[in-house]
Design a protein around this ligand. Structure first.
Ligand SMILES: [Zn+2]
Length: 177
């Protein structure tokens, strides 16, 4: 899949495989969770996960591969290692976009259930967008108002929630307050 996606992702994934930079298998006493970390001295990302045989395994693989590819690619092109691993402001652009880049290959994982997987994944993505833009607009409003108080922040959030997620009961009941 990654070799077909682009020469760069092919090189990246082969590097990851050659150097055994994955730990996907669930074992007794293994820590829970899934993440990607980066070892600057080796310019090497590392992906940790606990696969459980569900479609989420594929989400984790493609998502964390997005983080890992960002670090792999940037660390070979940017002068400072501190620039190689992106920060929380933009991290999920790489990972969530990689999930979408993998759409054309999902039939290899899901066979005749590919349509169901893509429908579930895409509706999840669509449903997440209003929350993500809310967080982004909230940050803008907080930074544009350095003297604002925690009461202001609650008001900002209620106004933003009423705008992007009006179906939330907290947005409905409080937006008129
Ligand atoms: Zn992520």
């Amino acid at each position: 899949m990654y070799e077909e996606m682009s020469p760069e992702t092919g090189e990246f994934f082969n590097f990851m495989t050659e150097h055994e930079l994955f730990d996907f298998v669930t074992r007794e006493n293994k820590h829970l969770g899934g993440y990607c970390t980066f070892m600057p001295n080796y310019k090497a990302p590392f992906i940790f996960s606990n696969f459980n045989g569900t479609s989420a395994d594929i989400d984790v693989l493609t998502h964390e591969a997005g983080h890992a590819f960002e670090a792999y690619y940037a660390s070979r092109r940017l002068p400072l290692m501190s620039q190689a691993f992106s920060t929380s402001e933009i991290n999920e652009i790489h990972s969530m976009t990689m999930e979408l880049f993998a759409y054309p290959y999902m039939e290899r994982f899901f066979g005749d259930k590919t349509g169901k997987y893509l429908y579930a994944h895409f509706t999840d993505a669509i449903k997440t967008i209003p929350y993500l833009v809310s967080v982004d607009e909230f940050q803008h409003r907080v930074f544009e108002n350095p003297g604002s108080t925690s009461a202001d922040w609650r008001r900002f959030w209620r106004e933003i929630e009423a705008k992007y997620m009006p179906w939330r009961s907290s947005a409905r009941s409080r937006s008129t307050a």
